[in-house]
Design a protein around this ligand. Sequence first.
Ligand SMILES: C[S@@+](CC[C@H](N)C(=O)[O-])C[C@H]1O[C@@H](n2cnc3c(N)ncnc32)[C@H](O)[C@@H]1O
Length: 209
Amino acid sequence: MRQHVNPLSNNFNEIEKIPSLSEMFGDSKLNLHLDIGCAAGEFLFDLALVNTSWNYLGIEIREKLVNNARLKVLEKEIKNLYFVFGNANNILNDAQSKFLIKNLKSISFNFPDPWFKKRHHKRRVIQPEFINILANSLEKGTLIFIKTDVKDLFDYMDCNISSNFYFKKIDKKDFNYSDSFNPNKVKTNREKNVIVNQLDIFERIYIKI
Ligand SMILES: C[S@@+](CC[C@H](N)C(=O)[O-])C[C@H]1O[C@@H](n2cnc3c(N)ncnc32)[C@H](O)[C@@H]1O
């Protein structure tokens, strides 16, 4: 069992410099997707290798995973994938990330850490202030995807996003995945594990209005 990282620790107050889009990607004009809490990035490697008309960016708080993923990007010479290390809340709250948020077509939160105890809920990645930042900077039409096997966490995330006036739920049956960042419905590692164990998956898509 891996050790959870406390995102509120002072270790994450200082954030690394975010490069420009053209420094991160071979073609900075491609649609940009952000995966928050991407772990070792396997999901994003699977996506980036197949969907070459999208750029993919992963943010992960465990530094070793990010360093390994970056090495793999260099080895495989992948031009549409980039990883940033740190607490996603601090990174996206920083003024230097405004350009990044503006350029996003979609964001995914796949199986975020649940932080079950009530006194630890503030460590959950989706917080009202964070959703406000996204609401203020995302372009209209940007999509947010949330997915988890923890019902309480789903309700918490859904409540935080739905109570923000700028986000509207999209009915899954009206959603055309083929135009999305994940046209082939690639699964994350955690999702594969949840499916093997026959647990429920709770998911929702929102659009910035
Ligand atoms: C349960 S894992 C899920 C990993 C992957 N998304 C999946 O579905 O297989 C949650 C990941 O989010 C990362 N994480 C938690 N809080 C974070 C934060 N505030 N910023 C960035 N990453 C975070 C954790 O380190 C961990 O790798």
